[in-house]
Design a protein around this ligand. Structure first.
Ligand code: FES
Ligand code: FES
Length: 159
């Protein structure tokens, strides 16, 4: 039996009918067509499905869709500006060569965003801790950490 839920997705209210066994990623990539969020392991191990729920980075492959009722969800699609321009963090990943195949990138960026939103001046350890649940099989992490540091510096300059 389906239940209608409503929540805020990237700043707009959405309503969607979900089954009890649906996970948030099923709803995002399915009826809501937000395919930027990727499913890798489906078991909470790789972080490629990371989204932000009420300010916290969450693995959407483990999050029951019914529990998102009334909450605020941000996905990678919610980061661009009004003219689809990339956010500072997204640009920084591009500029630092922190993207190769790109599969981990949306989840990596959402974890980094949750960090920078709560801690605008993170140490390298803070960045490593925030990204420890996000696996990348391509870049070796150095460029990813550089990208987050660069975004933090640039965002600081705007405050
Ligand atoms: S797909 Fe969710 S943690 Fe891997
Ligand atoms: S860029 Fe390929 S998995 Fe990270």
């Amino acid at each position: 039996m389906k239940t209608e839920i409503s929540f805020i997705l990237n700043g707009s209210e959405v309503r969607v009918a979900v089954e009890g066994h649906h996970r948030l990623i099923d709803v995002l990539r399915g009826p809501l067509r937000q395919t930027g969020t990727k499913e890798g392991c489906g078991e909470g191990e790789c972080g490629s499905c990371t989204v932000i729920i009420d300010g916290r980075a969450v693995n959407s492959c483990l999050y029951p869709a019914l529990e998102v009722e009334g909450k605020s969800v941000t996905t990678i699609e919610g980061l661009q500006g009004p003219k689809n321009e990339l956010s500072v963090l997204q640009k920084s990943f591009v500029e630092e060569g922190a993207i190769q195949c790109g599969f981990c990138t949306p989840g990596m960026i959402m974890s980094a965003k949750a960090l920078l939103d709560s801690n605008p001046a993170p140490s390298e350890d803070d960045i490593r801790n925030a990204l420890q649940g996000n696996l990348c099989r391509c870049t070796g992490y150095v460029q990813i950490i550089q990208a987050v540091k660069k975004a933090a510096r640039q965002l600081k300059g705007r405050r």
